[in-house]
Design a protein around this ligand. Structure first.
Ligand SMILES: NC(=O)c1ccc[n+]([C@@H]2O[C@H](COP(=O)([O-])OP(=O)(O)OC[C@H]3O[C@@H](n4cnc5c(N)ncnc54)[C@H](O)[C@@H]3O)[C@@H](O)[C@H]2O)c1
Ligand SMILES: C[N+](C)(C)CCCC=O
Length: 484
C-alpha cells in the first residue's frame, strides 16, 4: 500500500528530478497522500538551450542510421519497459495518483506504441515518378530535426511514449517537458531509451512549467512542437510556434458526447458510460462526459449507472482492489457549475480510512441528471469524475445537440442498429467515434481532435506524416534545355 512505501523511494525521486541549483522551485504534490513528492527546479534558458543543442547533435547521428537500426534500439526500449512494467506502473501511481490497475495498462500501451513505431521505422519510403525523356523524380521521407513534446499531467508516461515513439522512428530527436505536477516517469523513459542504445541527448527531459514551455516553443532550433494539454495553453503554443513557422500537433481538451439509443444492449451501454467517465478519476481528454440517453430507457439507465458508480472503490491507488485513485483535488462543493442539475451520487471529498492518506486528493464519482445543454457542467470540461446525463427523443435532434460544442475530440454511440451506428458516426463532428464501446485506444489507431480539440494525430500509421517531411529529388538523364 502507498502508506507502506519506503522513504528511500521518495529520496530517489528527489534525486531523479533534481536539476541545477536555481532560486525558484516547483513543488510536485503527491496526490494520493497530499504530501510534497519532490521539489524541482524549472529549467531556464541555459538548460533549455543545452538540451536542444545536445538533442540536435544526437539527431544528426540518429537520422543517418537505417530505419531497421533505429527499430532495433526502439524494440530494446520496448522490451525493457515490458520487463519493468510493474515498477514503472508503481512510480506512475505515485507520480499521478491513478489506480495501479490503470497505470499497468498505461505502461503496456506505452511499450506497445514504441514497438509499433519500431515496426514502421524500417518501412519509411518515398515514391518513384517517371518523367518524359527518361528523366525521373523520387521522394525521400526525411526527419524534421529536434521536436519538442509538452505533456499533460493525466497520462505522464503514456504521453511521453506516444510522442517520442513516432518522432524517434522517423529519425528525429525529442526534448520532452512533462507537466510540473507529474515530473517523474518521463525521466524513467529517458533512462530506458539511453539504456537501449539511443545516442546521448536523443530524448532529453526538461522540467518546468509555462516559462520552460515557452522557451521550448520559441527556440529557433526546434522544428516541431507536439503539445498535449488544455485549449487555452494550446492556443498559446500554436501562436508561439507560428512565429517560428514550426509545425504543430495539438492534442487538446474535450467535452465528448455519448449517445445511448433505446435499442442498445443496456448492460454494455452502462459499462460504456462508466468507462467513458471514470478512468483516471475522470481526468481523460476524450471522456464522454455528456451522456445523452433516449428518454424511454433513462430511468433504467440511471438506476444501473448510479448503483455501479456508488460501488466504485475509491482509495489507495496502489491497492489492486482500488478502481479510482487520487486526483488534482476538486469536489462539487467548491464548484459553482451545478446550476440546478441534480446530484444523484458522489461529488464529495472522499477521505480514505488509512490515516497516512488523509491529506490526499480524493473525490467520490458523481452522476448528474436534470442537466440542460446550456449548463456549465454540460458545456465545459470539468476534468474530474462527473458524468452529466441528458435525455433525448430523436436521432437528428441528438446529433445536432451533440455537435453543438466548440470541442471535437471523441464521441460514442450505443445501438444495435448497424445502419444507425454508422450514420451517427458519420455525422458526429469528432476525431473518434466509438461504436458500442468507449475509451479504447489501440496504438494502431489514429487519435486526435476536430475543432478546438486540436489537429494532427497520435498513433497509427498517419502519425509518421506528422513527424517527417518529403524531399523531392528530380533527376535529368539527357541534356539541359536552355532558353537563354
Ligand atoms: N487530446 C489529448 O490527447 C489530451 C490528452 C491528455 C490531456 N489533454 C487535455 O489536457 C488538459 C489537462 O492537462 P493540463 O492541466 O496538464 O493542461 P495544461 O494546458 O495546463 O498544461 C499542459 C502542459 O503545458 C505546459 N504549459 C503551460 N503553459 C504553457 C505555455 N505558455 N507554453 C508552453 N507550455 C505550457 C504545462 O506545464 C504542461 O506541461 C485537459 O484539457 C485535457 O483534456 C488532452
Ligand atoms: C488512453 N485513453 C483512455 C484513450 C486516454 C488517452 C489520453 C487522453 O487523455
Amino acid at each position: 500500500s502507498l502508506a507502506l512505501l519506503p522513504t528511500r523511494l521518495f529520496k530517489n525521486m528527489l534525486y531523479i528530478v533534481a536539476m541545477r541549483a536555481q532560486p525558484a522551485y516547483n513543488q510536485s504534490i503527491l496526490f494520493p497522500a497530499g504530501r510534497v513528492l519532490c521539489q524541482m527546479v524549472p529549467c531556464g534558458s541555459e538548460e533549455v538551450d543545452e538540451s536542444i543543442k545536445s538533442a540536435h547533435s544526437a539527431y544528426r547521428k540518429w537520422s543517418k542510421m537505417a530505419g531497421m537500426e533505429r527499430a532495433r534500439v526502439m524494440l530494446e526500449a520496448a522490451r525493457i519497459i515490458r520487463e519493468r512494467r510493474e515498477k514503472i506502473a508503481k512510480l506512475e501511481v505515485i507520480n499521478n495518483g491513478k489506480s495501479i490497475t490503470e497505470a499497468l495498462v498505461d505502461i503496456d500501451i506505452a511499450w506497445q506504441c514504441i514497438e509499433y513505431y519500431a515496426g514502421l521505422a524500417g518501412t519509411l519510403a518515398g515514391q518513384h515518378v517517371q518523367l518524359p525523356g527518361g528523366a525521373f523524380a523520387y521522394t525521400r521521407r526525411e526527419a524534421l530535426g529536434v521536436c519538442v513534446g509538452i505533456g499533460a499531467f493525466n497520462y505522464p508516461f503514456q504521453i511521453a511514449s506516444w510522442k517520442s515513439a513516432p518522432a524517434l522512428a522517423c529519425g528525429n530527436a525529442m526534448v520532452f517537458k512533462p507537466s510540473p505536477m507529474t515530473p517523474v516517469t518521463a525521466v524513467i523513459l529517458a533512462e530506458i531509451y539511453k539504456e537501449a542504445g539511443v545516442p546521448d541527448g536523443l530524448f532529453c527531459v526538461v522540467q518546468g512549467g509555462a516559462e520552460t514551455g515557452t522557451l521550448l516553443c520559441q527556440h529557433p532550433m526546434v522544428a516541431k512542437v507536439s503539445f498535449t494539454g488544455s485549449v487555452p495553453t494550446g492556443k498559446k503554443v500554436m501562436e508561439m510556434s507560428a512565429k517560428g513557422v514550426k509545425q504543430v500537433t495539438l492534442e487538446l481538451g474535450g467535452k465528448s458526447p455519448l449517445l445511448i439509443f433505446k435499442d442498445c444492449e443496456l448492460e454494455n451501454a452502462v459499462r460504456g458510460a462508466l468507462m467513458a467517465n471514470f478512468l483516471t478519476q475522470g481526468q481523460v481528454c476524450c471522456n464522454g462526459t455528456r451522456v445523452f440517453v433516449q428518454r424511454e430507457i433513462l430511468p433504467k439507465f440511471l438506476e444501473e449507472v448510479v448503483k455501479r458508480t456508488k460501488a466504485i472503490a475509491v482509495g489507495d491507488p496502489l491497492l489492486d482492489g482500488t478502481r479510482m485513485g487520487a486526483s488534482r483535488g476538486s469536489d462539487l462543493t467548491t464548484v459553482s457549475f451545478l446550476q440546478g442539475a441534480n446530484v444523484l451520487c458522489g461529488g464529495e471529498p472522499f477521505v480514505p480510512s488509512d490515516p497516512k492518506l488523509k491529506g490526499g486528493y480524493y473525490m467520490s464519482p458523481c452522476v448528474l441528471d436534470n442537466c440542460k445543454d446550456d449548463m456549465t457542467c454540460v458545456k465545459e470540461e470539468i476534468f474530474g469524475p462527473v458524468m452529466s446525463v441528458l435525455p433525448f427523443d430523436a436521432e437528428e435532434e441528438v446529433i445536432q445537440r451533440a455537435n453543438n460544442t466548440t470541442f471535437g475530440l471523441a464521441s460514442g454511440v450505443f445501438t444495435r442498429d448497424i445502419s444507425r451506428a454508422h450514420r451517427v458516426a458519420e455525422n458526429l463532428e469528432a476525431g473518434t467515434c466509438f461504436i458500442n464501446n468507449y475509451n479504447i485506444s489501440p496504438v494502431e489507431v489514429p487519435f486526435g481532435g476536430y475543432k478546438n480539440s486540436g489537429f494532427g494525430r497520435e498513433n497509427g500509421q498517419v502519425t509518421i506524416e506528422y513527424y517527417s517531411q518529403l524531399k523531392t529529388v528530380v533527376v535529368e538523364m539527357g541534356d539541359v534545355e536552355n532558353y537563354f
